[in-house]
Design a protein around this ligand. Structure first.
Ligand code: DGL
Length: 264
């Protein structure tokens, strides 16, 4: 494997940066290309067919262009819908993002877990299967929180986060049967950990947030164990829509080690 061959991280927007942050901890030398389908954001409001077509098509193009050694679909919505299809099409290892129901079910003391995701993610049969397999005898209270995707995008652009969006997401969980028992919350969208502080303040009592980022980073490192890494140029962020041209946006990306920005 060429030491400069990158790892490709894919999301609809800035959410995958939460996965990149964990990946940097375990593979600090790995060259990375961060690709965001910002022209297709938000995925959560799209149909399964549309998401599958966009994700499979774009990963094909990205993989052709950048020749990654492995791709991480750092998006729950894209993974729960298109992972199988992408694996069939690409010849490289693909790591997907799975709603962290298993660790959350193991952690809860009250037996009640909240799950925040996009509308497209929380209606997936795959999520029903995770619940049936790993949360037997527990309550999993789901709520679609599409507003949190835009709120996370705003925060990362340096714009204010509307507190009503955070409040509505938390109330959407609490107001359901068993909602008052929730002590553990699965952040089943990679955008949501970017709002963990805001969400924590909106809960009436402490809750533990669980997401998949650390597990994805560990899985990626184990699949690439023994491979050489060397960065031949600064890491790249690539967007399908015109990227925000403000210096603050470039600065935010550079805190994740992404020093070049391009439009696909
Ligand atoms: N970051 C994506 C996820 O993990 C979804 C954001 C969107 O709706 O585009 O589900």
């Amino acid at each position: 494997m060429a030491p400069a061959a990158p790892i490709l991280l894919f999301d609809s927007g800035v959410g995958g940066l939460t996965v990149l942050a964990e990946l940097r901890k375990v593979l600090p030398q790995a060259p990375v290309i961060y690709a965001a389908d910002t022209a297709g954001l938000p995925y959560g409001a799209k149909s399964e067919a549309e998401i599958a077509a966009r994700v499979a098509g774009l990963l094909g193009v990205l993989s052709e262009r950048y020749r990654p050694r492995l791709a991480v679909i750092a998006c729950n919505t894209a993974s729960t819908i298109a992972l199988g299809m992408v694996r069939e099409v690409l010849q490289i290892p693909i790591v997907g993002t799975v709603p962290a129901i298993k660790p959350a079910a193991a952690l809860t003391q009250t037996g009640t877990v909240g799950l925040l995701g996009t509308a497209a993610t929380i209606r997936q049969r795959y999520v029903d299967q995770l619940e049936a397999e790993f949360a037997v005898g527990k309550h999993v209270v789901r709520f679609p929180a599409p507003g949190l995707v835009e709120a996370a995008e705003a925060k990362m652009r340096g714009d204010p986060v509307d507190p009503a969006i955070i409040h509505d997401a938390v109330q959407g969980l609490l107001a359901q049967p068993w909602g008052d028992q929730i002590d553990t919350v699965v952040l089943a969208c990679t955008h949501f950990p970017l709002l963990a502080d805001e969400l924590a303040r909106a809960f009436p009592r402490p809750v533990t947030f669980v997401d998949g980022a650390e597990g994805i980073a560990r899985r990626t490192a184990s699949l690439l164990a023994g491979q050489p890494f060397a960065r031949s140029k600064p890491d790249l962020a690539v967007f399908t829509a015109e990227p925000d041209s403000r210096a603050s946006f470039a600065r935010m990306l550079s805190t994740y080690g992404l020093e070049r920005i391009e439009r696909l």
